[in-house]
Ligand binder design. Structure first.
Ligand SMILES: [Zn+2]
Length: 119
């Protein structure tokens, strides 16, 4: 088990910037209609492990299906660096797009495939 570590992440143009404490031993790739298209690799954190540094108001909010997740993408560059939502247990959580974290080599991570299409 690896210890959760603090990383900074951003969209492409840098309007959206955040700090998140994540456990990179637990990352998923999902095949649902959203993740399958956008190719995000995700990890999930509680609100106390997420801090938005900049980009409030710089994102466009997209919701679908149960509308439990705000799929926030940068209105300038279109990159979805994180999402803001409610987990199955009703608690607030943030989905971090690991591909947007500084200094993370995604090719070295053990990615778990999730069959979100069938949920
Ligand atoms: Zn951007």
């Amino acid at each position: 088990m690896s210890e959760p570590k603090s990383y900074e992440g951003s969209c492409h143009c840098g309007s959206v910037r955040y700090k998140a404490t994540v456990d990179l031993s637990s990352v998923i790739a999902c095949n649902c209609s959203m993740c399958g298209r956008s190719g995000t690799i995700l990890t999930f954190v509680a609100p106390d492990r997420f801090e938005l540094l900049s980009g409030e108001g710089a994102t466009t909010d997209y919701q679908f299906n149960k509308k439990s997740i705000h799929h926030l993408f940068c209105s300038t560059c279109g990159i979805k660096s994180y999402a803001d939502g409610t987990g199955p247990d009703g608690k607030k959580m943030f989905a971090i797009n690991v591909r947007c974290l500084d200094g993370v080599d995604v090719s070295t991570l053990q990615v778990t495939n999730v069959d979100g299409k069938s949920f």
